[in-house]
Design a protein around this ligand. Structure first.
Ligand code: HSE
Length: 362
C-alpha cells in the first residue's frame, strides 16, 4: 500500500470493541447488476459489524449505471429506493440522469471506487476507462470486473503504484475462493512450482450436471439463473474467464507478465458424449483446469478440460464450487476448495479487499 497518511490502517480486534468514531470511507460503485446489488445488500447488512470490528464506516455515495447515477452525500440506503434497488430508477429521489463517473469522481472526496460493470476482455471497456479515471483522481480501486485487468494489467498496476493507491482484484481472481491471498500471504517464502485450479463456477456446474445426465443447454440455463455466468456466457464455456483468472494469479503470485495471448485456451464446448461416458465408466471426473507448469526454464500457461481420478485433490470440487492447488518446495501441496461462484460471494470478496486496504492483517 502507498503512503497516504489520511488512509492509514486501524485494526480494532474483537467484534464487541466500542469504536467511538469509525473512519468514514466514501465509496462509489459502478455497475448495478447481480454483483453490484449483492454488494449494496452486504454493505447494509454488515454496517455495524464493520464499524465494530474494523473501525470502518463505509459510505456509499454514488451508484452509477450506464444512463445516470444515484447520488447521496449522506450515503445511499435501501430506503432511497421506492421499489427494489435498481428498478424504476427514475422513481428514486437520488436518481440523476446523465450523471457520469468522471464528474462524480471529481466532486466526491476520494475513497474507494468499486467496479462491477460487465467484463469485456477484448476492449476492457467500460471498466478500463473507469479504473483509469478513478486512479488518476486519487481513488483506491477494488474490482470484480476482469476485463480491464485482462487488457492492461501492467498499466493499471503501474498507475496505482505511481499514485500510491491500492488496486485490488481478488473479486476478479475467483472471488470467494481465496487464490491471491493464499498465494501471496500464506505461501510467502515458498517457491511455487505449479498451480492448478478449477477457477470457473459456471463450467464446473455444467460439467457436474452433464455427469448427472442433464443436457448442456439446460445446464447452462441453470447456471445463468444462478446469476454466475458472464454476460456473454461464451467467456465461461470457451475457457476465457478461467484464462483471465489464471493470468491474474500468475502475474500477481509468480511475478510474470502474461497477456491472454500467452495462454493456450480450450473450453468445454468440444467435450463429446463419448468422453463424458468414458470418464464416468472409469470413475473419473471432468474438470476445466487453469494450469501453470514450469519446465525447461519456462512457465507454461494453459486452460483445458481434464479427466481426473479420486486421488486428485480437486476431485470432489463439484457444482458451482471452485478450487486451487499450489505445489511448493517447502510447504508441499496446498489446496483450497469451496468459494462457490455466486454474486454474494463476489460481493463479499470486494468487501474483503476494501477491509484489507484500511485494516491490513496484523
Ligand atoms: N462467470 C464466473 C464463474 C463468475 O462462473 O465463475 C465470475 O467470475
Amino acid at each position: 500500500m502507498g503512503s497516504n497518511p489520511t488512509l492509514s490502517a486501524i485494526l480494532i480486534p474483537g467484534a464487541d470493541t466500542i469504536i467511538k468514531k469509525a473512519r468514514q470511507v466514501p465509496l462509489v460503485l459502478a455497475g448495478f447488476g447481480h454483483v453490484g446489488k449483492a454488494f449494496f445488500g452486504i454493505l447494509q447488512g454488515k454496517d455495524e459489524s464493520l464499524r465494530k470490528r474494523y473501525g470502518l464506516a463505509l459510505k456509499l455515495q454514488a451508484i452509477l449505471k450506464t444512463d445516470g447515477g444515484f447520488i447521496s452525500d449522506s450515503g445511499i440506503t435501501p430506503e432511497d429506493f421506492p421499489d427494489r434497488p435498481g428498478q424504476n430508477t427514475a422513481r428514486s429521489p437520488l436518481w440523476k440522469p446523465g450523471q457520469t463517473i468522471e464528474s462524480v469522481l471529481r466532486t466526491v472526496k476520494p475513497g474507494v471506487f468499486v467496479e462491477c460493470t460487465p467484463s469485456n476482455i477484448q476492449t476492457g471497456e467500460p471498466g478500463l476507462g473507469h479504473l483509469r479515471a478513478a486512479l488518476k483522481a486519487g481513488w483506491h480501486v477494488v474490482t470484480a470486473n476482469k476485463g480491464p485487468l485482462a487488457v492492461d494489467f501492467k498499466g493499471l498496476r503501474g498507475l496505482a503504484r505511481r499514485n500510491h493507491l491500492a488496486l485490488k482484484y481478488g473479486a476478479a481472481a475467483a472471488a470467494a475462493l481465496p487464490t491471491l491471498d493464499v498465494g501471496l500471504y500464506s505461501l510467502a517464502g515458498a517457491e511455487i512450482q505449479a498451480i492448478e485450479g478449477i477457477l470457473n463456477g459456471t463450467t464446473n456446474y455444467i460439467l457436474t450436471r452433464l455427469g448427472e445426465g442433464t443436457a448442456y443447454e439446460e445446464a447452462l440455463k441453470e447456471a445463468q439463473a444462478k446469476g454466475i455466468a458472464e454476460h456473454n456466457p461464451a467467456l465461461d464455456v470457451e475457457g476465457w474467464d478461467t484464462a483471465v483468472k489464471l493470468l491474474l494469479i500468475a502475474n500477481s503470485i509468480l511475478g510474470l507478465d502474461l497477456t491472454l495471448q500467452d495462454i493456450k485456451v480450450e473450453g468445454i464446448t468440444r467435450i463429446s458424449p463419448e468422453l463424458l461416458e468414458r470418464t464416468k465408466q472409469e470413475g473419473k471426473a471432468l474438470k476445466l483446469f487453469g494450469r501453470m507448469s514450469y519446465a525447461a526454464g519456462r512457465w507454461k500457461a494453459e486452460v483445458s478440460p481434464a479427466a481426473i481420478d479420486r486421488s486428485h485433490p480437486l476431485f470432489g470440487v463439484s457444482g458451482t464450487n471452485k478450487g486451487i492447488t499450489f505445489l511448493t518446495d517447502t510447504m508441499g501441496s496446498v489446496t483450497v476448495t469451496g468459494g462457490k461462484s455466486d454474486p454474494r460471494g463476489a460481493a463479499a470478496a470486494l468487501l474483503k479487499d476494501i477491509i484489507h486496504i484500511f485494516a491490513p492483517l496484523p
